[in-house]
Design a protein around this ligand. Structure first.
Ligand code: ADP
Length: 401
């Protein structure tokens, strides 16, 4: 028996449906069941299956139970020698014989390798006419596209996972030797037995270790705080941001004074206690204050502020330093973005500080911002909405932890 030909317009409608489905959500779980249904309708098959052999293995069935399918190895070796397109006349495997009389099978390729098999099963001896085979071939292409996209995404997720693991292990293992170098160098410095030259060298060691520690911290935090791929679990605690900002500034007075910078704090009187992750927020405010110190020439002024504006808390760090030209502003918060300028040459960094600031703000439902005029100074900051999880609920303790 030969299939009746599909009308061109119904094939086109079916293809349109699938393309817009894929464009809307190219996930296998969403698209493949619909494509299998389209196949059944277009080819009058009684059942269909789509088996992805490749890791992660996946199987989709329509009109047949997964348990009725042949073993993966058998199917995979059966299709391994096939060319693209539908194949008829291949002996139907024993497991399918009890219910089906005939089948058509098509291999699906990913980078020239067969990664999946599509099967159409018939309870009678139906064969696909050339016209029908031609009409459904765009559906095979749809399957191929969605398989590519799923596989690429899976590979990307694996790479991100490996990269996160690498960063986690390396930053953890670097931290203990750094801590001990810092400890012993500090002891040497405070022994009071060193000559001027020796003391100078120890100070160099300490400055280097401090710089490395901050790099390692930034590499680690950039990975774990990333709103898309970070694995850090937020720990929300009732937090007094005014007190946090004052403490951070107090701890930065020495490096600021070394550069003859004046640092002032301005705080609103109505800033409420919020339920945020203090470790994350502290890290991002420290990055902003560090930057203001790094990118403001001697004799400058830095103003750190916390205020409530309608339903938002705004933490800002303003300086009258080098400033930033318009073309860089849009990209500043991207991972590893740095501006190459003569004035910045003495400043070490790997462009992760502002990425961390934005990640922290976003994970609190807010965002980071910058306003700057080249040559006059910059204001960086974060906005935290006074809404949702950031609000101190009725169950939370009344005072800051
Ligand atoms: P880095 O570790 O390189 O400082 P950041 O992500 O903290 O990385 O900053 C990215 C870039 O933004 C810096 O290279 C610098 O050019 C610019 N920048 C950051 N803060 C300031 C500031 N307060 N004034 C001028 N430029 C700044």
């Amino acid at each position: 028996m030969v299939q009746s030909d599909l009308s061109q317009s119904s094939a086109a409608t079916s293809l349109n449906r699938m393309v817009s489905l894929i464009a809307g959500n190219p996930e296998l779980e969403i698209v493949v069941p619909s494509i299998l249904k389209e196949f059944l309708q277009a080819t009058n098959a009684n059942a269909s299956f789509y088996l992805l052999f490749d890791e992660p293995r996946d199987v989709f069935v329509d009109g047949i139970e997964e348990t009725e399918l042949p073993e993966d190895e058998d199917l995979s070796s059966l299709v391994s020698a096939l060319s693209p397109g539908f194949h008829a006349g291949i002996d139907i495997p024993a497991t399918l014989k009890s219910r089906f009389e005939n089948w058509h099978i098509a291999p699906i390729f990913y980078k020239k390798r067969i990664v999946a098999a599509l099967g159409l099963l018939y309870t009678s001896s139906t064969t696909l006419s050339d016209a029908v085979t031609q009409a459904v071939s765009p559906l095979v292409d749809c399957l191929t596209i969605v398989t590519h996209s799923a596989r690429t995404e899976a590979r990307h997720a694996r790479q991100i996972h490996n990269q996160n693991e690498f960063v986690r292990i390396v930053s953890h293992d670097l931290r203990s030797p750094l801590t001990s170098i810092k400890g012993f160098a500090s002891m040497l410095e405070s022994m009071g037995e060193l000559g001027e030259r020796q003391l100078h060298f120890v100070e160099k060691i300490l400055a280097g270790v401090t710089q490395m520690t901050s790099l390692v911290d930034n590499i680690q935090d950039a990975g774990r705080y990333d709103p898309e791929t970070g694995f850090y679990e937020m720990e929300r605690v009732p937090t007094d941001l005014v007190e946090m900002v004052r403490n951070i500034v107090k701890n930065h007075l020495v490096p600021a004074e070394k550069q003859e910078l004046k640092v002032v704090v301005t705080t609103g009187s109505d800033v409420p206690i919020v339920l945020v992750d203090p470790t994350m927020l502290e890290r991002s405010i420290i990055n902003l204050v560090d930057n203001a110190i790094k990118y403001t020439p001697n004799g400058g002024r830095i103003e750190v502020g916390v205020k409530k504006e309608q339903d938002t808390i705004i933490i800002s760090v303003a300086d009258n330093g080098y400033g930033i030209s318009e073309e860089h502003l849009r990209r500043l918060f991207q991972r590893h973005y740095r501006i190459r300028r003569r004035e910045h040459n003495r400043v070490k960094g790997i462009g992760l500080g502002l990425f961390i600031v934005r990640s922290v703000a976003r994970r609190h439902g807010g965002d980071a911002f910058v306003e700057s005029v080249e040559g006059s100074g910059s204001t960086f900051g974060i906005r935290i909405p006074l809404a949702g999880e950031n609000l101190l609920g009725n169950n939370a303790p009344a005072s800051p932890a």
